[in-house]
Design a protein around this ligand. Sequence first.
Ligand code: GRF
Length: 200
Amino acid sequence: MKKKIVVFASGNGSNFINIFEHLNRGFLDAKIILLISNNPKCGAVDFAKKNQINYKIINDFRYPELKNKNKEYEFVLQYYKTDLILLAGFMKKIPKNIVDIYKDRIMNIHPSLLPKFGGKGFYGMKVHNAAIKSNEKNSGATVHLVNGEYDKGKVIIQEKVKINASDTAETLASKVLKIEHQIYPKAIEIFFSDNFKTQQ
Ligand code: GRF
């Protein structure tokens, strides 16, 4: 039976779209069964609507009570019998109940070579600005498991890009995003491999 993947995204959704297209081409015996977003107006939700992918909006507006919001994530994920959760530009912290239930089954992608430029406050262009400012020779992207701390779980895969003298945060961001699109599908393949399971 196809493995069931749920993606969480808040923004453009290029990683979500890229993974969806990989799976659509038969890359793995897995399927994105649901998109969860806090932002009904984001690119990821637009793509889900146009491509008949189930989506669910969970945010403070719809669930003003934190307890109800956290329960809703739990309810939805259990309803869809999720095998793997992928965070792909999701701008909210995953609540503890979900991290506990889905321990070692949640992955995130981060646009730096963790542990460099990770943790609270390092998101979006802030990550690339920091890499440029600190005169790093390389940056890159990392896929890691999610635990209770920002960007701290076990690294699954990491890939470098060179930072040239002429790079700006913007040019670096676009180079890193290309790497992200290569490594996130690979990380999913690693996750579902027998090898990976026995290491846990
Ligand atoms: C990516 O750079 C990812 O590393 C970070 O958020 C960004 C999401 O981009 N966590 P997109 O929405 O997938 O295009």
